[in-house]
Design a protein around this ligand. Structure first.
Ligand code: PBG
Length: 329
């Protein structure tokens, strides 16, 4: 029941900034943000990612500086992604299990310098395989159970290096249960799992694959394990299974084309729900901004509030530091 015009004037509360603030149904703070960072080998290096203006791969010392910046801005958590040198990539992705690989070294260095920032480690084999697939490949087929066995070991190695949240992004069946079991057996029952539960086979990951160097090498696509963009009921089943297997939180990815999925998951399940504003979404906004077709600050904030309004508890976004600065003003 609502009064009609002229008793009700919807514009009345919109007249002043203070009133608009008071009436806002959704809020966003830096605490809602997780900042994904790309890593590269070397010292004092920052390699721009061409398809992601404003984003660079950072050497570990620079990633430590980024962690300090995140802490100062009130961003609670970083997500780390390594660009593994070509000579360390192999068919089986063995480098994923190296306790001294790039991401593990970076986590130790960051934990040393900024102990109270959260670290999320992505679990999947694509940054380490010569073929760019997230799992082991045999005769063109991505093997499920043998891949899960390796991901379980990868998760333990990352937990040993200081990961607070293990985030399997591989979409193999049964990986959450396997990783939970492996972590618990290794004494890491306190380490969380954020499952990329509804991860779609998306065109919007292109710039990310440039950033981690897996795009050029990727043969074929990922449609036998990532989800069909046409499906939402299937996403709910994925989430339900990941919760049953022991996920502490779930993620929907990409973000903007899948807001209905975020809403449906939020309404149906009582679990922290995250959304990933992926590299292609970042690139789209930046490309338009570079042509003066969009205004950067308001495009960032509007895209992020949309995720919160759809029901997300938090957002992984390459805009995290800019957004945190805007929100502080
Ligand atoms: C790897 C992974 C991908 C992303 C996060 N982890 C790419 C892919 O599945 O091909 C994409 C993130 C982004 O596009 O920003 N398993």
């Amino acid at each position: 029941m609502t009064a009609t015009f002229p008793a009700r004037r919807m514009r009345r509360p919109r007249q002043h900034a203070w009133s608009r603030d008071m009436m806002a149904e959704t809020t966003i703070t830096p605490k809602d943000l997780i900042w994904p960072i790309f890593l590269t080998e070397g010292q004092d290096r920052s390699e721009p990612v061409a398809s992601m203006p404003g984003v660079a791969r950072l050497s570990i010392d620079r990633a430590v500086a980024a962690a300090r910046e995140a802490k100062a801005l009130g961003i609670p958590c970083l997500a780390l992604f390594p660009n593994t040198p070509a000579d360390k990539r192999s068919d089986f992705g063995d480098e994923a299990l190296n306790p001294d690989n790039l991401i593990n070294q970076a986590m130790r260095a960051i934990k040393d310098a900024v102990p109270d920032i959260g670290l999320l480690a992505d679990v999947a084999l694509d940054p380490y395989t010569s073929h760019g697939q997230d799992g082991l490949v045999e005769d063109g087929t991505i093997l499920n159970d043998p891949t899960v066995g390796i991901l379980m070991q990868q998760a333990v190695v990352q937990a040993e290096a200081g990961a607070d949240i293990i985030a399997p992004s591989d979409m193999m069946d049964g990986r959450v249960a396997g990783i939970r079991d492996a972590l618990d057996k290794a004494g890491f029952e306190h380490v969380q799992i954020m499952a990329y539960s509804a991860k779609y086979a998306s065109a919007f990951y292109g710039p990310f694959r440039d950033a981690v160097g897996s795009g050029g090498v990727l043969k074929g696509d990922k449609r036998t394990y990532q989800m069909d963009p046409a499906n939402i009921r299937e996403a709910l089943t994925e989430v339900e299974m990941d919760i049953a297997e022991g996920a502490d939180s779930v993620m929907i990815k990409p973000g903007m084309p899948y807001l209905d999925v975020v809403r449906a998951v939020r309404d149906r399940f009582n679990i922290p729900t995250y959304v990933y504003q992926v590299s292609g979404e970042y690139a789209m906004i930046m490309a338009a901004v570079e042509r003066d077709w969009l205004a950067l600050d308001s495009a960032i904030l509007e895209s992020l509030i949309g995720f919160k309004r759809a029901g997300a508890d938090g957002i992984l976004t390459y805009f995290a530091p800019q957004a945190a600065k805007l929100l502080a003003d």
